[in-house]
Design a protein around this ligand. Sequence first.
Ligand code: G6P
Length: 610
Amino acid sequence: MCGIVGYVGTKEAAPLIWDALLRLEYRGYDSSGIAVLDGQGISTVKCKGRLSDLKARLRELPAATLGIGHTRWATHGVPSDRNAHPHRDCTGNVVLVHNGIIENHRELRERLLKRGHRIESETDTELVAHLIEEEYDGNLASTVAHVSRELEGSMAFAVIHASEPGKIVVYRDKNPLIIGLGDGENFVASDIPAILPYTRKVIVLNDGECAEVTRDGILIKDYSGRIVHREPVVLDARAEAGEKGGYEHFMLKEIFEQPEALSRAISARIRYDRVILEEEEFGLSADEVKCLDKVYLVACGTAYHAGLVGKMLIERLAGIPAEAVLASEFRYAEPIIPRNTLCILLSQSGETLDTIAAAREAKKRGARLLAITNSALSSLAREADNVLYQRAGIEIAVASTKAYTTQVVCLALISVYLGRLRGVLSPETERELCAELVSLPKKAEAALGVKDEIEKISSELFDRKDIFFIGRGVDYLTAMEGQLKLKEISYIHAEAYAAGELKHGTLALIEPGVTVVAVMNDPALSQKTASNIMEVKARGGRIIAVGSEECLLAVHLDGDDARVPVPATYPLFSPVVSMIPLQLLAYYVAKRKETDIDKPKNLAKSVTVE
Ligand code: G6P
C-alpha cells in the first residue's frame, strides 16, 4: 500500500528518495512520484506504473537537497499519471504526499470547487493541498495542523511549501509515520525499511502530532500545539533492509527462512521444559489468567488464518472459550466482551488499519489487548497492553509465509502457558508439548525437502481454472491458508472446504480432472478425510494428499494422484509443517504462470485503509 519518503540534507534528494521508495516497493503500488524544493520553487515528476518508469524522469528534476516522494496504491481514482502523488494546490506553492483516506472528501471537494479551485485529480489527497493554500498564514506547520482538524479519516502527510525552503512538514493520524535522524540530514518515511541504509535512529510520531523537519532539527507538536520532546529509538543493528540473498524471489527466500524464524520465535521462550513469557510479552498475572472468561483472536488475511488455529489451541490446551474474528467485521459487529476478556490481535506489519481499529474497539469495551506482531515500533505494538514479537525477521513478499508459521507458534506458546497457569495441562503434558515445539524448526526443515516434488506437481497445475483444498479439524484451517496462498499469487480460483462438507453441496463442482489438495495430519480424523477423498476420486477428481505418513496410509491413491509426506507432529501444531508444501505449491504454480510473485496484482503488504 502507499509509501511516503522525504529527505532534507546535503545530498541530491531525488535519487535518494527514489532509492528509498524502492525499498517500499514490496508494499504494493501502481504509480509513483517525487517533488523537490530549491530556491527556484518546487518541481515534480510522477507517473503510473513501476518505479523503473519514474527513474527515467528523474533527470527532469533540479539537483535539490530536499524532496518528498510517494508510491500510490489506488483508492480514490484509477491508477494514472494525474492521480499519482505528489499533488499540488492551484499555485504550485504547496505540494504534498499522503497515505490513508480522507473520508469527508466529497464535501471538501464541493466546497473547494465553489470557491474556484482548479482540482486536477480524482484523489482525496489533492483537496488537502488546496485547503492548505486557502489557510496558509506564512507558517506551514501551523497551517497543516489547523487544516488537519477539518479532515476525517486516516492520514499521514509530508508537505512542502515554496516559501519555506529547507523544511518538510509531516502530520500523522492513524497512519504510520517516522522521522529518521541523520548527521546534517533527516528523513521521513511511512516505514522503517525505507531509511535503514541511512540511519537507525528514529522517532515515531503519535496520532495528532505534526512535525517540522529541517536538515539540523526536528520540532514536534501535539494536537493542542504543545512542544513534544521525544528521545529517538535506536533500531537493532540486525534490522534488515531486505535482500534476496541469491533467491529468485523474496517469497522463496522467506519460505526457506522458516526453520530459522521458528527457532527464533520458540527457543528463548522454552526453558526447563516450560513456556516462559516475559512480563512485557504477556503481562497477565496467574490470578488474572485463571479468571479469563473469553479470548478473542482478531486479524486479517493470513493472520486471521493463524488466529483460527489459535482458537483451537486455546480451547484445547487452556480450556478457555475462544473466538477468531476478521478485524474488518469485529469492529462493526458490536462484539460482546465479557468482563475478563483477552483480545489477541495478530498482524505481521502491525499497521493494518482494520486490526488497529478493532483493537481500539476491544479496548473501549474493556478487553485486555495482546498484540502478536513482527514489527517493533508498529502502531499495533504501541496500542496493545503487551506484545509478543514473532521474531520472524522482515517479510517482504506480499504473500505471507514465515509470518504465518511464527504466528502459529506464538499462539501455541501462549496456549501452553495459559494451560499450565489454569491447571489444565499436567507438567508431563507441558513437557511433551514443549519438546514438540522445540522440534518444529527441524521438522519445518525436513518439510522443505519436498521442494523438487512440488515443483514437478506444479508444472501440471498452472493452467487449471479451479483448485480445491480440503481438510478436517485443524487441517481444514491449513487448507484455508493454502488456498489463499495459491489465489494470492497465481490468480487461480481456489476454495477451501471442510472435507465433511463436500457432500453437502460442493461435490457437484468435482468433475473429471479437477484437482483437490487434501491435508491430513490428525490421526483421529484421517479415516474420515480418506472417505471424503474417495468421494472426490469416484467423480474423477485428482488428489494431492499432504500430511503425515501415518495419516496418508489411510488413503488409497493411484497413478494420477500425488502423495506429499511431511513430518508428524502434535496435530494442532501441524499447520507449521504442512503449510510449507502448500506455500511451495503456490510459489511454483505462480512461477510457471510468470506472475509477479512478490508483488501480486491489486494486493498490498500492509493495508493502511479500511
Ligand atoms: C494484506 C496482505 C496479506 C496479509 C493481511 C494482514 O491483506 O496482502 O498478506 O495477511 O494484509 O496483514 P498483517 O500485516 O496485519 O498481518
